[in-house]
Design a protein around this ligand. Sequence first.
Ligand code: 0X9
Ligand code: ZN
Length: 435
Amino acid sequence: MKVLALFSLIAPLASAVVIPDTDKVITYDGYRVVRIATHGRGQAIEKRLKTLNAVQYNFDTQERIEIAIAPEDLRKFEKMKLEYEVLDEDLGASIVAEGGFSPGSAGRKTISSLNELTPAAFPDLTWFNAYQTFEKHQQWLVDIQSGFPENSELIEVGRSYEGRPINGIHLWGKGGKDSKPAVLWHGTVHAREWISAMVVEYLTYNLITGYSLNDTQVHSILDNYDFYILPVVNPDGFVYTQKTNRLWRKSRQVRSSSCIGTDINRNWPFKWDTPGGSSKNACDETYRGEAAGDTPENTALTKHAETLVANKGIKLYIDWHSFSQLILLPYGYDCNRQVDNYERQMSLANGVASAIAGASSAKTRFKPGATCPSLYKAVGGSTDWMQDVGKAEISWCIELRPSGGGGNGFILPANQIKPSGEEMWQGMLHLLTTM
Ligand code: 0X9
Ligand code: ZN
């Protein structure tokens, strides 16, 4: 019966679309990453660059375009006579040096539920010395939860298109489970933004160890809020970045015969069909899907958020991304609309930025502002939904290291995981104790 039921689910899908062959490993050997000065002609330049085999890093093209160009198209690119500087001579070498890309191996033993795993040792800080596979992230959740059994539980909010669990951990303080307003964190919605899962876990680790060691600040934080933390909300895309294509952004849902994946951060069911700020083309990086909220991932995340709204409400939502070092407030869908509590959210964001800058000798600068106009028009984004439909008091997208001005975009060396986590911990301590 089970086999038959499964077949009847798969059969219509198989006959309707031919699955594109995207399993070929891309090493990015010899790819050159460049920053092109656009001088306000971003759109026209972007159009010309579309003729190259290349991966674009940013969509805010007013001043610059950062792009990784395949070796066979470098001469063609030179002939375009654009003004540019080189950010990375050989992206493939940087990906190897980063250490987490392992063609063909990662993702083989995907579990279908955290219940299948047994706790091993409580994690320590060496976890943050390297990027980790999806399977190891799952084990880490089980391990950290087992060391905080009275005040936490593992959560699964749904399944991805390929059937992986979208899961995380729920933490609470002395009021007991589900008794306080929610703090909701999402990591790795964009598959290639690896630093986001690591930083979200660093914060989780500090909350749990701080509470266990009776840190008074952490106690008051956990006593005031229920935390719902999902480090990897796009597991299919994440696994794909680990074994096939390090620069993949979207989900892995097959809908057309030529292109795969939806941008989960353009699929949220709020003002979804506003023109501009997302793409109707399934081949584009910001493909919005065929209907509002029609991906399995968005369905699961929306449903989970709705349960929090119906319970004690959402106090704080943060969607963790990289890169550019920004703290982005809504709205993304309308550049003229400001959130009702703009002054308050901006003052908190400025406080977070100061706490981050004061955190280390690195004096890392994060810039707060509304998504549009600070960055660009982005429609169907999580923070707009959380603010407007989810009635979150604070709803941010934080773009982690590196800055937009330097570094190699999504490829952040592993020795920056701990400093990124530490500065953000200082930022969150400020926010969670003043909000
Ligand atoms: O374009 C995005 O989705 C985000 N930038 S990224 O480079 N990480 O892709 C910004 C999203 C802004 N926030 C929301 N609209 N939710
Ligand atoms: Zn992102």
